[in-house]
Design a binder for this molecule. Structure first.
Ligand code: ZN
Ligand code: ZN
Length: 622
């Protein structure tokens, strides 16, 4: 249920009427004939969305026509000076080369300021409709200009509309999960929100070693308090739908469960497709549709259904982009995708497709397996690499308890969710400008890095929690859980996870601190094999900085069955309170002190984990 969000009265989700953001301004974002990002894609793209919606019985489409965003709005993420430069190019499109605008990827064109501002305006207004509760879902096919930076244009992108939509959500106090599925790294959005711990960006893309813009390695995890909120899954050239989808599914649901967003923004560039002329992944529309439905399910499970989807790149404008957009739109519309692409649509667009060398038009919405390409050794190696990369990112970015729960079958971050999602946290977003109750509690952090403080303050007399050693499942069932004791944070999910762990054969031990039947602190370990793994040490925000974590961990370790064998612990950037994270170095120092205090030998993590997260720790005892 939703007790941790008392300011949000339950009310039914309204997922049946998504908004399509498209209008006369959409086609004016045009770098000229011969440029790969062509407005010609809107013709067949919007036509296929309409045709498919009709065919699936979706009725009339609710539309929002973009209008240019104001200067003030653009300056939420862009420098005023840069906006002035764009305006100048807009009036004199042949004047020189500045701020990333000029011959090449992002050339000047007459009216470019207004056209670019309209793309931004479309995403901002769509976010406002979501924030205001007018719609749960919106899709902006012309949006997704994710490379634009605060002070410069880059990679066909002038103003960063996803970053602006995120900024708008942040003004309303919402936590944002941004998922970037374009074949290129979502570098602009990541950079613009890198220092905001309330925005988590996850980008899956072709590796920057082989593709523009060159960034997006696993080691770009973010810094300071925002460490752990920039996540990247770089894929080798040749990665196909199997490796790509497996990587996304391995990381995204658990990351979302841990971060607990209020709204999801996703970028659905279609340029990871096997036929795309600008990149080297081998995706299918089948995989793109599956990814869209995954993002949709996550929005319902963890973000009250709030979801803004944008388009993005995609340079096979006839065979790929229209089908990719349609699959995203059908997911947002809760419509089963029809399998066939109607002959009438193909007839309308086959002439133009042929003229641009992108014919014949496909007969099916989903592609043949592997887009009809032979599965070769390069692809098999790339697919294996994708799964390995996802395993590394998961180790870095997902708390140990949530990973163990998934690996040992205790609990899944996205259990049994199909296309028709079950709203878990449907509700009205917080009132505009209202302080977010979730952010108003005392500082601290969850997970093994959390509970102890270097300077524990005196506990209020009479308010010291009762310590429960070796809690069993029956006892746990009688307790409820305070918010944000440990990942996944959500009280109900956290309680369910620990109960399943206690009922498992994995020799799970729980030491808990309770106040009037409510768990305000806990230490959890398991011994699925010989060694005992420390999985979580957490204390609720109301009881931090009093030495409670130290006390719980000390008792937990002392009372453990001697036959349990030696102990292991690992603390990465994932172990934090996602709502009020401490600085990365502070987290590491607290974790080290806590573990050493309980008799662990602590050292810095080696190997790929240590290379990507230099403050990651491993610890052993006994
Ligand atoms: Zn929905
Ligand atoms: Zn792209």
């Amino acid at each position: 249920m939703n007790a941790h969000r008392p300011s949000r009265p339950d009310r039914p989700d309204r997922p049946d009427r998504p908004i399509l953001v498209f209008g006369p301004w959409s086609g004016r974002y045009d770098f000229g004939p011969g440029h790969p990002l062509t407005p010609r894609r809107f013709g067949p793209g919007i036509d296929l969305i309409r045709t498919m919606t009709d065919l699936a019985g979706g009725g009339r489409i609710r539309k929002l026509a973009p209008e240019p965003a104001s200067n003030d709005e653009l300056c939420w993420v862009h420098d005023a000076r840069y906006v002035e430069v764009v305006r100048r190019f807009s009036e004199q499109p042949f004047a020189g080369w500045e701020a990333g605008i000029g011959p090449g990827d992002t050339p000047a064109f007459a009216g470019m300021h207004e056209a670019s501002a309209a793309v931004a305006g479309g995403s901002i207004r769509a976010m406002e409709a979501i924030v205001g509760g007018e719609a749960a879902h919106a899709m902006h096919p012309g949006g997704g200009l994710h490379h634009a930076m605060p002070d410069r244009a880059s990679g066909f992108c002038v103003y960063d509309d996803p970053a602006l939509a995120i900024a708008r959500a942040r003004q309303a106090g919402l936590r944002v999960l941004y998922v970037d599925l374009d074949v290129h790294h979502g570098d602009g959005v990541q950079a613009i929100h890198a220092d905001d711990a309330g925005v988590l960006t996850l980008s899956i893309h072709q590796s920057g070693q082989t593709l523009f813009p060159g960034t997006g390695s696993v080691a770009e995890l973010g810094e300071g308090t925002a460490a752990g909120t920039s996540l990247n899954l770089p894929m080798d050239p040749g990665t196909g739908e199997r490796g790509w989808l497996a990587a996304l599914r391995a990381v995204l649901p658990e990351v979302a469960a841990t971060f607990r967003p209020d709204v999801v923004v996703s970028q659905h560039g279609a340029d990871a497709h096997a036929w795309d002329p600008l990149a080297n992944l081998r995706l299918t529309t089948t995989a793109m549709g599956a990814a869209a439905r995954l993002v949709h399910s996550i929005a319902h499970r963890w973000a009250g259904g709030r979801w803004l989807a944008t388009g993005g790149g995609g340079y096979d404008a006839y065979r790929v982009v229209p089908r990719s957009w349609s699959l995203v739109w059908l997911a947002a519309s809760h419509l089963e995708p029809p399998s066939a692409v109607p002959a009438a649509w193909r007839e309308r667009w086959s002439g133009e497709a042929e003229q641009y060398g992108q014919a014949p038009l496909p007969e099916w919405l989903d592609d043949e397996p592997n887009a009809g390409l032979r599965l070769d050794g390069t692809q098999e190696a790339a697919d294996r690499g994708a799964v390995e990369t996802a395993g590394l990112l998961r180790e870095l970015a997902v708390p140990a308890l949530v990973r163990a729960a998934g690996d040992l079958g205790w609990w899944r971050a996205l259990a049994d969710l199909g296309a028709a999602a079950q709203p878990e946290t449907a509700g009205k977003p917080p009132a505009e400008g209202a302080p977010d109750a979730q952010k108003a509690s005392p500082a601290g952090s969850a997970g093994p890095s959390s509970a102890a403080s270097a300077t524990p303050s005196a506990a209020t007399p009479g308010d010291h929690p009762e310590i429960l050693d070796d809690v069993d499942a029956a006892t746990w069932l009688r307790l409820d859980m305070a918010d944000r004791v440990m990942a996944p944070g959500d009280q109900a999910a956290g309680h369910t996870l620990v109960l399943a762990a206690l009922q498992s054969p994995h020799r799970v031990r729980v030491t808990a601190a309770s106040v009037a039947g409510r768990v305000v602190g806990a230490v959890i370990s398991a011994a699925p094999e010989g060694r005992r793994l420390l999985l979580a040490v957490g204390v609720a925000p109301t009881h931090r900085r009093r030495g409670l974590g130290r006390e719980l961990l000390g008792r937990h370790v002392r009372l453990a069955d001697a036959s349990a064998g030696p102990w292991d612990a690992a603390v990465t950037v994932a172990e934090r309170d996602p709502f009020e994270p401490l600085a990365r170095s502070t987290r590491a120092a607290i974790a080290r002190g806590l573990l050493e205090g309980a008799g662990f030998r602590v050292e810095r993590a080696a190997g790929p984990v240590g290379a990507a997260d230099p403050e990651a720790l491993v610890a052993r005892r006994g």
